[in-house]
Design a protein around this ligand. Structure first.
Ligand code: ATP
Length: 274
């Protein structure tokens, strides 16, 4: 569904990503993890054709992503961007319905079909009771759910999510990722999700892609990728890795560092201040 070959991207002569190679198959959920500034959002922009790579290719459904028309691409690929939705004075339902634009006008009965999809997705995302609320008056978490619903009414084959749980409490984090997993299973959706929470990434993703300073340092199952050594190498902290008692998947435990960790030293080790 999504195929990436030797991707490279620079901004102002500085290499941000290089040598990325991976695929996400139909029905698969791939998690992208890595420190702040490591290039995850840049990867999302490349995968959604928002920006062009300097080298390498992105294929969507077997064809170069740049070769699909905007509408044809939107029928296959939906993106939940990191910045979420702008605070516009439109209602929840109106904003979600804009996700149907790529489908509109195909069939004489498309209006009815569009409404059915919007109703279904509002129900699945718990937004039916908020359908008439203006989105500029919603909380950050509520707005994130609207952004997810807008992406899902596109009925894509590929769903890309850039930190979809940032503003959500723990119950909503689990509910959103459960819902995404359900869509993935029922609709054979290929999902690529950027997550900072390594424990959620471990629980929900089939495979993880770990990026450090723009380079893919590991790719594999959560058990293969989430080792204490690798987390130390990439994030500079020393975690305890335990097995989840129910799923047996790796879980990362953190504790305050003995000597204190300065923000400056973290930023320098990531190259943010370079
Ligand atoms: N348009 C741009 N022009 C110049 N530099 C950019 C641009 N966009 C991103 N960068 C730089 O590229 C690097 C990677 O940024 P990116 O947003 O992809 O990281 P990220 O892994 O998503 O970070 P975070 O976890 O903090 O969201 C950063 O150093 C950032 O400052």
């Amino acid at each position: 569904m999504l195929e990436v070959e030797n991707l490279k991207k620079s901004y102002h002569g500085q290499t941000i990503l290089q040598g990325l190679e991976f695929t996400v198959a139909a029905g698969e959920m791939m998690g992208v993890i890595g420190p702040n500034g490591s290039g995850k959002t840049t990867l999302v922009r490349l995968l959604s054709n928002e920006t062009e790579p300097d080298e390498g290719e992105v294929y969507l459904d077997g064809r170069l992503i740049s070769q699909w028309s905007g509408r044809q691409r939107a029928l296959r690929l939906a993106v939940l961007p990191q910045e979420g939705l702008p605070a516009v004075p439109f209602t929840v339902e109106e904003v979600i319905a804009t996700g149907r634009h790529p489908h509109q006008g195909w069939w004489p009965w498309s209006g009815r079909m569009d409404q059915k999809v919007v109703e279904r997705v509002m129900k699945q995302t718990g937004l039916l009771s908020k359908r008439d609320r203006r989105i500029d008056r919603l909380s950050g978490g509520e707005r994130q759910l609207v952004a997810l619903a807008k992406a899902m009414v596109q009925e894509p084959n590929v769903l890309i999510l850039d930190e979809p749980t940032t503003y959500l409490d723990i119950a909503h984090q689990v509910a959103v990722l459960d819902q995404i997993q359900q869509w993935r299973n029922q609709e054979e959706l290929a999902v690529l999700v950027v997550l900072h929470d390594l424990n959620l990434a471990s629980q929900y993703c089939d495979r993880l892609l770990l990026i450090k300073e723009g380079v893919q340092v590991a790719e594999g199952t959560p058990t293969e990728v989430l080792t204490a050594e690798r987390i130390h190498d990439v994030y500079g902290i020393i975690p305890q890795i335990i097995r989840h008692p129910v799923t047996q998947l790796p879980q990362v435990l953190l504790c305050p560092s003995e000597h204190g960790t300065s923000l400056e030293s973290v930023s320098l080790s990531y190259g943010i201040l370079r």
